[in-house]
Each structure stands twice: as structure tokens, then as C-alpha cells.
Write a protein that binds this ligand. Structure first.
Ligand code: ADP
Length: 487
């Protein structure tokens, strides 16, 4: 058996990759776009059937390439929090999937009492928000009559995308999810590792309709693909998969994914650190009989600010061009940008804040502004990293990076300078899919846990400038600009 397959069911696309166990490289991939619909302002839906058919197409393609007899198994990683409710007897969804970005249950969440919000925070590690699955399940139970009928008949299933795909691929034999996906539902107690009775009651969701929760390295049955049966072993939510794929398996290891937004995950070992500054406590992964926790912080806008430079201002033709333009000047010339297009997340949590460009003089050029925008991404990562360090009492040693904007050398060097730690960029930037492939290999006994960090190879390491004072001063200026957006 030479290969492991990773299925990455993301928000905008579903992809499958064939991973060669000997060389540690992806050798083949298939991808399909997934449609999103926006039936009302703030609503986001997807067709779970489409996700399944396109996942099946990509997997067929990969199994055909590799030859079923050469495939040891498949791992699954997925967009988290998105909810599907379906009929156990037919596998048909009762309505469109409600996607993590959907805001339809914001009011419901806001109306929960202070005591309940505290209870939820304590049990789940999450800040109450429509983002997570619980209120979305409640909405479907309240608004889709078919869901209630099936619930009465005892044939309703509710779960995240991973559990739906596992159910479909095993032809209904397995109804299960993994702990990382469960930890984003707002119904799961991350300390007892079980659905929380009080939270189930609070949201009016019965345990019977929810999947069994298993470890990330648990076996999930066999998938019917291209006329063969492929073991499903290794299921892990996307951000956690990137943490795992980057080999961040020890306490104090952290990764930042620079995509549309920015996600920092920080391994806190066996300790479930409670944040005082609005970070989420979550399960990093659970494998080989132990559970590893993580703190998670995100900035809503990162790569999206580069897209704004390109599409909104027309300052650059491609996102990649931002690197050359930023480097054409020595500094931002005193210009600071705050990327608060849709408010500010942790640690500010201000939904009303809006973007700001400050420090402009007659000598300011397009290059200074482009540079200030890239610098702002690095500064917002420092906001998150400082919270993480305070909450966990652990000092960051090094950050692994991935995601589209991690290709930007200027940004990565500046990030290293601003954080005062090395930024380590891997050869293999598809960390999410790699994480699922490695979790599968671990589950099947093809790799040992301690060997995983060694399987990752660095493409480049950015080391921080010794001039700490300079970068602390620049960060201080950025913080002053942020304060102006909060006025
Ligand atoms: P997502 O998974 O959120 O769709 P990706 O990881 O694919 O995001 O990254 C895409 C984002 O990265 C876009 O917002 C794009 O503007 C930004 N990006 C891509 N390449 C670069 C680059 N070289 N420099 C700066 N930003 C970049």
C-alpha cells in the first residue's frame, strides 16, 4: 500500500489528494467548486447533496489514479460548524445546509441569557455566536416541518459536513463525527468529551439525532468508491488539520493560516486553557488515546485587504504584486491601516469599528499604502499572539505559516519582525489536506505520532530582526490607529 487519500471538503471547493507515503508528497489531486446561495441578506446555504456528489467525483478520480489496491485509506477534513439535517432511511437532506457564515440565528443567540452564555463558554470553550452549529440545528427544527416529522419517527440525523459524508460514503453504516468537529457545535463538552446534557436541553436538541463522537484517529467504516471499499480513518476539522499537518504537536507550537481571514491556532497540550480575552478554547486533536487542546483566534480580514487593494483601489493588478510594491519603499512612511472592514475581532470585539487609513502626508504614495496594508495583517496577528501568550502562560517559539498570503515574502519577514519569532514556511502549503492524510496514516499505523513533525519540510524560515525596539514602536503606532477606529 503506497498511498493515502485526503478529502478536503472546504467552503468554496471540495478537493481530494493522493498522498505518497514514501516520499511524503501529494502526487495527484482533483477539485470541484461548490456553489453557495444567499437567499436573504446575511443567509448562506449550500446543497449537501452537491458536496457529496462532488466529493465522490474527486475521490473516484483519485482512486482511479492510484489503483484501489494501492490505497491504504482516506482521511477527511472539512469546513467546520456548517449543519446538515437528513433522513436516516434515505440519506436525503431535509433542507439546504446552513453554512458557518450564515447570520440567520444572530438574534436568537443574542437573546440567550447572560447565565446561559457563561454556561456555554465554560462547557464548550466558545463565545456564543450564530457561527457555531447549535442555533442552526434549532432553526431547522423550528422551521422545517419534515425535520420534526422525521424526529418523531426516530429517523432524523443532524451533523456537520464530515458526518454527512461519512454516512453517505458508508451507505448509512456509520453515523459518527470526530471530536474537533463536535467541539464547534456549541453542544459538546470539551472537558468530558461528550454531548453536554444541559446544553442539549437549552437548545432543545436530543442526543438521538446527533452522531456518535469518536477520536480523530478512529475508524469510521469503509467508503464505497470506484467499486472498492476504502477504509475511512482520520477525521479532523480544517483549522485543526492545518495545525496537525504543520506538525504542531507540542505545547507552545502554533500556526497561522493567511487566507481571506487569518487563523492562529496555538497548541496548549493536555491543558484546556480558558481565555480571558475572547480567544476560543477548542480541541486541537485527539489521537493515540490522548486529547490535545488549542486556543484559536481569528481576524476577519487579512488576504481580503489585499483583494481590496487590487479590486477596490486598483493599486495592484495581482495579490502577489503587493510584495514588490511594498518592498519598493523603505517603510510605510508613517501610514497605518486598520483592516476593520467588518468590525474588529479579538481582542477588541467591536462590530461597529470600520477600516482606517491614517498618517497620510503629501509625500504618501501608493507603495506606502500597499505596504501599510500588508503590515496591518502582521500587526493583527500580533494582537492575537499576545492574547494567546497571556491566556496560556506559554511563550510562542516559532510560527508555522500557510494559506494563500503566506506566499508573500515581505509579509512573512515583517511578521517575523513584529512577533519577534521565526516564521517557518513549509514546502507543502496544503497543510489542511496533509493533516487529514497524516491523521489517516497515524490511524492505520503507517506513521508514529512522534515522527509527524519530522515529515514536514521547511521551504524557508524568516528570522526576526534584532531591532526589537523598532518593531515594538511600529506595533504601538498601529495600536494607536486601532484606538481611533473604536472612538
Ligand atoms: P481562502 O482559503 O480563505 O479562500 P487562500 O488560502 O486561498 O484563502 O488565500 C487567498 C487569499 O490570499 C486572497 O485573499 C488573496 O488576496 C491572498 N493572497 C494570495 N497570494 C498573495 C500574495 N502573494 N500576497 C498577498 N496576499 C495574497
Amino acid at each position: 500500500m503506497k498511498y493515502v487519500i485526503a478529502l478536503d471538503a472546504g467552503t468554496t471547493s471540495v478537493r481530494a489528494f493522493v498522498y505518497d507515503l514514501k516520499t511524503g508528497k501529494f502526487v495527484h489531486g482533483a477539485s470541484q467548486e461548490i456553489k453557495q446561495s444567499f437567499p436573504r441578506a446575511g443567509w448562506v446555504e449550500q446543497d449537501a447533496n452537491e458536496i457529496y456528489y462532488k466529493a465522490a467525483y474527486c475521490l473516484n478520480e483519485c482512486v482511479r489514479f492510484a489503483g484501489a489496491e494501492n490505497v491504504a485509506g482516506m482521511g477527511i477534513t472539512n469546513q467546520r460548524e456548517t449543519v446538515v439535517l437528513w433522513d436516516k432511511t434515505t440519506g436525503e437532506p431535509v433542507c439546504p445546509a446552513i453554512v458557518w457564515q450564515c447570520r440567520r440565528t444572530s438574534e436568537y443567540c443574542a437573546a440567550l441569557s447572560k447565565e446561559n452564555k457563561e454556561l456555554i463558554r465554560e462547557r464548550t470553550g466558545l463565545v456564543v455566536d450564530a457561527y457555531f452549529s447549535a442555533s442552526k440545528i434549532r432553526w431547522i427544527l423550528d422551521n422545517v416541518p419534515k425535520a420534526r416529522t422525521l424526529e418523531k419517527n426516530g429517523t432524523l440525523c443532524a451533523g456537520t459536513i464530515d458526518s454527512y459524508l461519512i454516512f453517505k460514503f458508508t451507505e448509512g453504516r456509520t453515523f459518527a463525527t470526530d471530536v474537533t468537529n463536535a467541539s464547534r457545535t456549541m453542544l459538546f463538552n470539551i472537558k468530558t468529551l461528550d454531548w453536554d446534557e444541559e446544553l442539549l436541553q437549552l437548545f432543545g436538541v436530543s442526543r438521538e439525532i446527533l452522531p456518535e463522537v469518536r477520536a480523530c484517529d478512529a475508524r469510521m467504516g469503509e467508503a464505497e468508491i470506484a467499486g472498492s471499499r476504502i477504509p475511512i480513518a482520520g477525521v479532523i476539522g480544517d483549522q485543526q488539520a492545518a495545525l496537525f499537518g504543520q506538525g504542531c504537536l507540542s505545547e507552545g507550537d502554533g500556526k497561522i493560516t493567511y487566507g481571506t481571514g487569518l487563523f492562529l491556532l496555538f497548541n496548549t497540550g493536555g491543558r484546556c486553557a480558558q481565555s480571558k480575552r475572547g480567544m476560543l478554547s477548542t480541541i486541537g486533536y485527539s489521537a493515540c488515546g490522548k486529547t490535545t487542546y488549542a486556543l484559536e483566534g481569528s481576524a476577519f480580514n487579512a488576504g481580503s485587504a489585499v483583494q481590496w487593494l487590487r479590486d477596490g483601489l486598483g493599486f495592484i493588478k495581482t495579490s502577489a504584486e503587493s510584495e514588490r510594491v511594498a518592498e519598493s519603499v523603505e517603510s510605510s512612511g508613517g501610514v497605518y491601516f486598520v483592516p476593520a472592514f467588518t468590525g474588529l475581532g479579538a481582542p477588541y470585539w467591536n462590530a461597529e469599528a470600520r477600516g482606517l487609513l491614517t498618517g497620510i502626508t503629501r509625500s504618501t504614495t501608493r507603495a506606502h499604502i500597499v505596504r501599510a496594508v500588508l503590515e496591518s495583517i502582521a500587526f493583527s496577528a500580533r494582537d492575537l499572539a499576545s492574547c494567546m501568550e497571556e491566556d496560556s502562560g506559554i511563550k510562542l517559539r516559532e510560527i508555522k505559516c500557510d494559506g494563500g498570503a503566506s506566499a508573500n515574502n515581505f509579509l512573512m519577514q515583517f511578521q517575523s519582525n513584529v512577533l519577534g519569532v521565526c516564521i517557518n514556511r513549509p514546502v507543502e502549503r496544503e497543510s489542511t489536506a496533509l493533516g487529514a492524510a497524516l491523521m489517516c496514516a497515524l490511524s492505520l499505523g503507517l506513521v508514529e505520532e512522534q515522527d509527524i513533525p519530522r515529515l514536514r519540510s521547511s521551504e524557508r524560515i524568516f528570522t526576526p530582526s534584532p531591532d526589537r525596539e523598532k518593531f515594538d514602536r511600529l506595533y504601538g503606532e498601529y495600536c494607536r490607529a486601532v484606538q481611533k477606529t473604536l472612538l
